[in-house]
Every structure is written in structure tokens, then in C-alpha cells.
Ligand binder design. Structure first.
Ligand code: APR
Length: 304
């Protein structure tokens, strides 16, 4: 198989002429905003692999620990600002009518960059949503309170640069948080039951939000796809990772943007590989469509 192309000008022309464009984004898109990835160098939280805390079993076993991990990710996401990569994608969505962005990110930075809601699907949910663990239907959308509750206050503390927070230091023991000190579902309580609340994200072994997969498949199979952008993802988690090959079978030229050279595996001579950060490459790659990117000073948080 011949190697993917790396010519920015050639890709710009293809994108400019493209009608239907699909993007799959992952944690790498938010690295330039200071948020950690799930795998590789950024994937360790204390002594735990981040992915090992993202399961219903981990929550059943120690809800306080899993909540602390997510409360810390919430705090980071609330403090973070969208970067040039988020803004470039949001602008592309405003210029290209048939562009759909599938993001695995739960940090909400794409919506905060102004990415139109109709042109993005948050496949793995939203870190700021809080839902009932027993699925009674209770949900708080875009809840920005930080800390989520007093027992999770440690996750909302900031330390000066260079000073490791005790929460992140595996040599400092964590106090066990009792389930009764975690957020409880008010609707279940009204019905005389008890249920914990949980972060509104999709954990391993859980289904993606209702109807979303069908909607994405409907988009995918409606017409051929011209370009598939694969941005900052290790493409290790399905069904998300499967969309690249589906789009390729629908005729798409695939462009992978990732600093890791391993991310180009599976690409052929019709495809493109841009080795580097999404914040650096996306504004350049989209410039013929979106012009020179302007980054606004503020990216407001909105509480629903
Ligand atoms: N720009 C672009 N890509 C980057 C950057 C950057 N600045 N920095 C790192 N990357 C790349 C890494 O090389 C890696 O390929 O981002 C990718 C991040 O991979 P993962 O940590 O595996 O994140 P992701 O692919 O989003 O994980 C998928 O796994 O645990 C679950 O639900 C979680 O949504 C997540 C899913």
C-alpha cells in the first residue's frame, strides 16, 4: 500500500471542492486546551488508567472514586477554553452545509467554540450533564456548579504551576467518600427510592445516546462522502472508530491529523496524514473554506 500524502495545498483544494464532509474527533483535539487524553502519556490519573474508571462496574465498586475522577475532569473542562482546532471546525460547519462532526469528547469545548448544534453529535455524552444512575429519566443539562457537591471539593481546588495537587499524587491516600455524601437523584427520592446521580457520559459497555447511531448511519448512507477528517483520536473505541472505514467505502478521501505517526496506519495513497497538533493544522487545512481564523476573546459557558 502506498503512503498517504502530506501536501497541505492539495488537501485544501480537495476540501474546498468537497460537498459531504464527516469528521471524527477525539481527546487530542482538546490537548492544546490543557485537557488530558485517555490513553498514552496523559492517560494515567493517580495510579489508575483513566479507561479503568470509565465503567459501570468501577462506579458500582467505588462511586466516590469514580465521581472524584469525573469531578476533576469537569473542573478542568470548566476552566479550559476552546483552542484554534475547535474554532476551525466550528467555522467549517458554518461554511459547509453538509458537514457532520462526530466527537468522542465530553468536554463541551466544541459547542463553546460556536459549533452549530445541528452539525455535531457528542457520541460519548457530556461531562457537564448529570443523570440518574438508575436511569429514572432525571437529567441536569450543562450543570456548571463546581464542585458538584461538598464531598467532591478536592477536585475543584487549584494549585500553583509546578505544585502537584494531593488529589493527583498517588502517594497521598484518598479519603473514602461515602455514597450518601455523593449527589442523589431528587426524582427517585420523591418516589421514596434512593439512587445516585452520575456523570452524563457513556461508559464502556454502555449504549450510545438513543437514536444517535441511526441518525449518523442515515447521514452516512444518504449519499457518498467526499472527505473524512480523523482528528486527535487513537481510534480504539467502537462504534466511533468504525466510521472511518464506512466513509472510505462511501468514497471518502481520509485525512488524519495526529502527532503520533502510528495514527496513519490503514491509510493509502489517496489519503492524507498531517503529523502534528489539531490546533496547528486545522486552521491551515481549512483556510480556503474559512479564511484566516479569528479567535474570539471569550467562550461563554451556558447553564441550561
Ligand atoms: N492534536 C491532535 N491529536 C493529538 C494531540 C494534538 N495536540 N495530542 C495527542 N493527540 C492524539 C494522540 O496521539 C492519540 O492518538 O490524540 C489521541 C488521543 O487518543 P485517546 O486518548 O485514546 O482518546 P480518544 O481516541 O478520544 O479515546 C476515545 O475512549 O476512554 C474512552 O470515552 C473515552 O472518548 C474516549 C474514547
Amino acid at each position: 500500500m502506498s503512503s498517504p500524502k502530506t501536501d497541505v495545498d492539495e488537501f485544501r483544494k480537495i476540501l474546498n471542492g468537497a460537498n459531504r464532509i464527516l469528521a471524527l474527533c477525539g481527546a487530542g483535539l482538546s490537548v492544546a486546551s490543557g485537557l488530558p487524553t485517555f490513553r498514552g502519556a496523559g492517560g494515567l490519573w493517580r495510579e489508575f488508567e483513566s479507561t479503568s474508571l470509565a465503567t459501570p462496574e468501577a462506579f458500582e465498586d467505588d462511586p466516590g472514586l469514580v465521581w472524584l475522577f469525573y469531578a476533576w475532569r469537569r473542573h478542568l473542562a470548566l476552566k479550559a477554553k476552546p483552542n484554534a482546532g475547535h474554532y476551525a471546525l466550528a467555522e467549517l460547519a458554518k461554511k459547509k452545509e453538509n458537514f457532520l462532526c462526530l466527537t468522542q469528547n465530553v468536554d463541551g469545548l466544541s459547542p463553546r467554540a460556536g459549533h452549530p448544534e445541528s452539525a455535531i453529535r457528542m457520541l460519548h455524552g457530556n461531562l457537564l450533564d448529570i443523570t440518574c444512575y438508575n436511569k429514572c429519566g432525571y437529567a441536569e443539562r450543562n450543570a456548571t456548579r463546581d464542585p458538584v457537591c461538598p464531598s467532591l471539593a478536592a477536585a475543584a481546588e487549584d494549585y500553583p504551576p509546578g505544585q502537584l495537587s494531593p488529589l493527583l499524587d498517588p502517594s497521598v491516600d484518598l479519603a473514602t467518600i461515602k455514597p450518601e455524601d455523593l449527589p442523589q437523584c431528587p426524582d427517585c427520592k420523591r418516589r421514596g427510592k434512593t439512587s445516585l446521580l452520575r456523570p452524563g457520559v457513556v461508559w464502556f459497555g454502555e449504549s450510545l445516546p438513543d437514536g444517535m447511531l441511526l441518525e449518523v448511519d442515515n447521514w452516512l448512507y444518504k449519499d457518498p462522502v467526499d472527505v473524512m477528517l480523523v482528528i486527535g483520536t487513537s481510534a480504539a473505541v467502537y462504534p466511533a472508530a468504525g466510521y472511518t472505514n464506512k466513509a472510505k467505502r462511501r468514497g471518502a478521501v481520509v485525512a488524519v491529523i495526529n502527532p503520533d505517526p502510528q495514527a496513519k496506519s490503514g491509510l493509502d495513497g489517496k489519503d492524507f496524514f498531517f503529523q502534528g497538533g489539531a490546533d496547528e493544522f486545522l486552521p491551515k487545512l481549512f483556510e480556503d473554506v474559512i479564511g484566516k481564523l479569528k479567535i474570539p476573546d471569550t467562550a461563554p459557558l451556558t447553564e441550561a
